[in-house]
Write a protein that binds this ligand. Structure first.
Ligand code: FES
Length: 120
């Protein structure tokens, strides 16, 4: 079992309905607390190189601020154009008041990417 959980934030830093930009190793990650759950996606829109964490949390989605594609936080898939590709989704764990992200333990392995350097 992978054991590469990286602490990225305190629970208090990400109130329900908000998103926070963090770094997991060298990977930019948007941590989202919404729908009573925690989500983490790569903090780069799949349409252009902008931070999704600067967009709006809408239900269980995160909307890109630049062109308005809305990404499902469970799957990373955009619900509409102009983005057509999903963003990588990462597993999130909350423990002892802290939020951890794993870059290799995706909730949906179909969206797990392998283009990240291992943190070793
Ligand atoms: S940059 Fe995100 S939809 Fe265009």
């Amino acid at each position: 079992m992978a054991d590469d959980w990286i602490r990225v934030a305190a629970v208090d830093e990400v109130p329900e309905g908000t998103v926070k930009a963090v770094e997991a190793g060298s990977t930019p990650v948007a941590v989202v607390h919404t729908c009573g759950e925690w989500f983490a996606v790569e903090d780069v829109c799949s349409h252009a190189n902008v931070a999704l964490s600067e967009g709006e949390v809408e239900g269980c989605t995160l909307e890109c601020w630049l062109h308005g594609s809305r990404f499902d936080l469970r799957t990373g898939k955009p619900s509409g154009p102009p983005a057509t590709e999903p963003v990588p989704v990462y597993a999130v764990r909350v423990q002892g008041g802290d939020v951890y992200v794993s870059l290799t333990t995706g909730p949906d392995s179909a969206n797990t990417v392998s283009n990240q350097e291992p943190t070793s």
